[in-house]
Design a protein around this ligand. Structure first.
Ligand code: DGL
Length: 278
């Protein structure tokens, strides 16, 4: 029995919040992390741009890594590209979409907020989740323009702009008469990585809904069972762009998530390489 190879994809470092849950759920797996840093942030891209970038990235990644399964650890991409990916590639894809159903179950005040990128809050997919699971409660959609970038900065050890984080999350906290928001969906995979800041800077305590553990369970359920004698799996990362800051701090971040090596995978080169193969 060989360990499964799982591809985890995001525009940046946010998908590490899903990778760490995959590591817990399937300790033997070989985890290949691909971040489209040359296209980051996806939150402000047009739908066409996101679709093109993700298809190109998956083309490169499936050719290079031959994964058993791919996890799109990005809400901004998953709410758009999953049907395209499933039509174009033979492997199974697991997506990450705003956890509106668990938030609707968690709220007692019938008031939830969805904190996500501007792209994710605009999607028909997100509207459909709201219509299906939270039509009976008040839902505030917050398109945070800078929060993913602020989370990247925190992770990379840059100075933290706490006032900016506070103002990005403030619109998610709503008071309606004697009721107020009591559950907030972390609708971007970057946000769970700065959860301690979110908790501290929130105007009042709420239940934060992070879908990563459920996504990891779903992905693992699609794989053959693990060998009873588990050997620890490796983690490796690729970035589509060069690190602007010379990767200061990045190696340490990746190590914290059990990712031992990193490399650059320019999408165009990878595609040429694939075409060159017999
Ligand atoms: N981590 C991504 C998400 O879950 C988005 C970050 C970005 O590229 O804007 O939506």
């Amino acid at each position: 029995m060989t360990a499964p190879r799982i591809l985890v994809f995001d525009s940046g470092l946010g998908g590490l919040s899903v990778l760490r849950e995959l590591r817990i759920a399937r300790p033997d797996a070989e985890l290949c992390y691909l971040a489209d840093t040359a296209g980051f942030p996806y939150g402000g891209l047009t739908e066409g741009q996101v679709i093109d970038r993700v298809i190109n990235a998956m083309d490169a990644a499936t050719a290079r890594f031959a994964p058993d399964i791919a996890v799109i650890a990005c809400n901004t991409a998953s709410t758009l590209v999953l049907p395209h990916l499933r039509a174009a590639f033979d492997i199974a894809f697991v997506g990450t979409v705003p956890a509106i159903k668990p938030a609707a179950n968690a709220t007692t005040n019938r008031m939830i907020s969805v904190l996500a990128t501007p792209g994710t809050v605009k999607r028909d997919y997100t509207r459909a989740l709201i219509d299906t699971y939270s039509f009976h409660i008040d839902v505030t959609l917050v398109g945070a323009t800078r929060l993913a970038e602020l989370a990247e900065a925190v992770l990379r050890g840059h100075p933290v702009d706490e006032a900016a984080i506070a103002s990005e999350i403030a619109p998610a906290f709503v008071e309606l008469g004697r009721r107020r928001t009591d559950a907030v969906v972390l609708g971007c995979t970057h946000y769970p990585l700065i959860r301690e800041y979110l908790e501290r800077l929130a105007p009042w305590p709420v239940t934060w809904i992070d879908p990563a553990p459920a996504i990891a369970r779903r992905a693992v359920s699609l794989l053959p069972p693990a060998d009873p004698v588990v050997t620890a799996g490796v983690g490796r990362a690729w970035f589509t762009g060069e690190e602007r800051d010379g990767a200061t701090g990045l190696g340490a971040v990746l190590k914290r998530f059990g990712v031992a090596t990193r490399d650059v995978l320019p999408l165009e080169d990878a595609r040429r390489g694939r075409l060159a193969q017999p």
